[in-house]
Design a protein around this ligand. Structure first.
Ligand SMILES: [Zn+2]
Length: 92
C-alpha cells in the first residue's frame, strides 16, 4: 500500500490517495478529480483538462506516466502489519 497526494499526481490539493498498485493509484487519482469536480470544485479543472489531453496524446501520457512512476517508486511501502496497535496499557 502506498500513499500519494493529489498534488504529487499533478493535482491542486493535498488529498491523500491510497493504492496497492500504480494502476490503482492512477485510477483513484482520476476518480478523485472527477469526484471533486462533481462536487462543484473548480480548482481541479486544470488537472482534469491535463488528464483529458494526456488521454488523447500518447506522448503526453508517457511523460506524465514516467513522472508518476518515478514518484510512486520513491514512496515507502506502507504495510498494514506495521501499524502500531492503538491499545494502551495504563500504568498501575
Ligand atoms: Zn485533489
Amino acid at each position: 500500500m502506498k500513499k500519494m497526494t493529489c498534488r504529487q499526481m499533478g493535482g491542486p490539493c493535498d488529498a491523500v490517495i491510497e493504492a496497492a498498485t500504480p494502476e490503482e493509484m492512477m485510477s483513484k487519482g482520476g476518480q478523485h478529480i472527477t469526484d471533486m469536480l462533481a462536487q462543484g470544485d473548480t480548482t481541479h479543472q486544470e488537472a482534469k483538462q491535463m488528464m483529458d489531453e494526456a488521454q488523447q496524446d500518447p506522448a503526453k501520457m508517457e511523460a506524465w506516466r514516467n513522472q508518476f512512476m518515478q514518484t510512486y517508486n520513491s514512496l515507502p511501502e506502507e504495510g498494514e502489519s506495521e501499524a502500531m496497535p492503538a491499545e494502551e496499557t495504563p500504568a498501575v
